[in-house]
Write a protein that binds this ligand. Sequence first.
Ligand code: FAD
Ligand code: NA7
Length: 541
Amino acid sequence: MNAPSPTLTTPAVHDAIVIGAGFSGLYQAHRLRDSLHLDCLVLEAGDGVGGTWYWNRYPGARCDTESNAYMYYFSKEIINAWEWSERYPQQAEIQRYLNFVTDQLGLRPNIQCNTRVQSARYDESAQRWTVTTDTGEQRQCTYLITAIGCLSSANVPDIAGRDTFGGDWYHTGQWPHEGVDFTGKRVAVIGTGSTGIQAIPVIAQQAAQVTVFQRTANYSIPARNAPLTNDEKQYAKAHADEFRHVMTHNTNGHAFWIDDVNVFDVTDAERQAKYQAAWDRGGLQFRATFKDLLTSEASNDTAAGFIKARILDVVTDPQKAADLTDFDHPFAAKRPPIDSQYFETYNLPHVHLVNLRKDPIQQITADGIQTESALHACDIIVFATGFDAMTGAFNKIEFTGRDGRQLKDTWHAGPKTYLGLQIPGFPNLFTITGPGSPSVLTNLPPQIEQHVDWITDCIAHMRQHKVRTIEATEEAADTWGAEVNRAANATLLAGVKHSWYLGANVPGKPRMFMPYAGGLKRYRDACDAVAADNYRGFEMR
Ligand code: FAD
Ligand code: NA7
């Protein structure tokens, strides 16, 4: 879908430029334009709005967050005008939702699609950013806001021989808009994260043969997706304020609380009953059964054991069952997937599993994937290999800040931010869901609203006090970095050394725990306290 480009009369100098037209960019543009009355332009690489839900069109793509929590809550009008059809919305439905919001807010004239920002340079004398796009166009602005997504830079592993493959290959995050026909095809799927786990059962319904290449065995909880009943739809609207309250006052941004009880506070029988009830209900809420699941290994072992037993109940082939449950990390210490018939799919005779820990990939040949023990012939390879998370989209833009400093140098040893909102040396550059914010560890829409509201209030404050520039100090960023480390080390998450939360999935990427694991409520309180204390840790000039 083509969004109209601004006309030639659009001035080349804007108050604000927002990069990206997903959940973040759309809401940010609305707030800057409609609350602060700024001239705001959104530049988007894709041919339409939607961000993640514009790009990730692989079979089975849907949200793991329940629909009543995967939406904006800032407008009652929008809440009441939109209706989700399923417990977990599919990609196409979320994309429709974001187009609907774009139209409701009348944002299209402010969005220029098919425009990838290549560089952004700060001019200290003019106190402006100059943004250069892939069309060679330059635009300037006082405030530059990145809404470029924490999972928007595809990670396609550079496996030897990839370019010699005679069939077609696709990455799930760059899926062709016309779709892929798997009928009669032999399909190789590399990766068993949330995406692979969603895609594999759907691909298996069409393909003649599916071979899954698993590097790390993954836990998964049944999603138990279903159409929403009219009662459920009405309940969600009638209780919107309550949902919003829960989502903004808990750790994870979802519309449920984490149970305030530890694993060993209950008897074995009570614990099993709680796990079983959560398993039967399905979804990410399984993680909320006990409050110490992510802080105590012994407690986590009980959940891991429960899940393993359920998988063994399902998978009939003993070798597949052993490989699928050969876990090497605590439950939910990496992003926990939820699924529809994932483990059941391995009972189909045309679905095979290769355990890469025992039989690593050597190369891709013209005919398929060669592991140590065999050539797995295929017609299509699907890379469900995830993303260069949190910093990947930043590294694709050449940011030059004050004194000519380059972002890639500043982040040489890992990302450094203050509250995940600003980077020392880069005045008036704001980052939505940047590294150092909770980002991928929480449900994202409520966090995005919080970031955008904070940034908007900050810019309003600057204008009210005739402040031209704001910049995080090095000291504030260092102190916040220490807090991000402390929060990670208080959980089991930081101990999983091969996790993408630490950048371990991308060769050569500095290892640093990037998201803030202290929870959304604590994070919001920290941001509010900084603002209330006259933007402590920022220099305003
Ligand atoms: P994005 O949606 O990633 O949008 C960023 C936009 O910026 C993109 O459109 C991109 O094209 C554009 N862009 C990037 N760089 C440039 C550039 N240089 N120039 C111009 N444009 C640029 N989150 C949840 O909370 N719950 C879920 O269940 C969930 N499921 C997910 C499933 C998948 C498959 C993926 C990939 C992510 C999922 N997420 C989920 C995370 C999801 O990314 C966020 O929920 C949300 O969509 C992020 O919105 P955003 O606007 O911040 O970023
Ligand atoms: P993930 O969670 O990063 O999963 C990627 C999968 O691909 C995971 O199983 C990886 O194994 C595997 N992988 C990555 N690189 C390779 C190579 N080189 N060889 C073999 N296997 C590889 O990405 P998803 O897209 O599933 O999910 C990301 C987010 O999107 C998630 O938060 C949801 O919100 C949706 P590993 O575990 O690294 O050993």
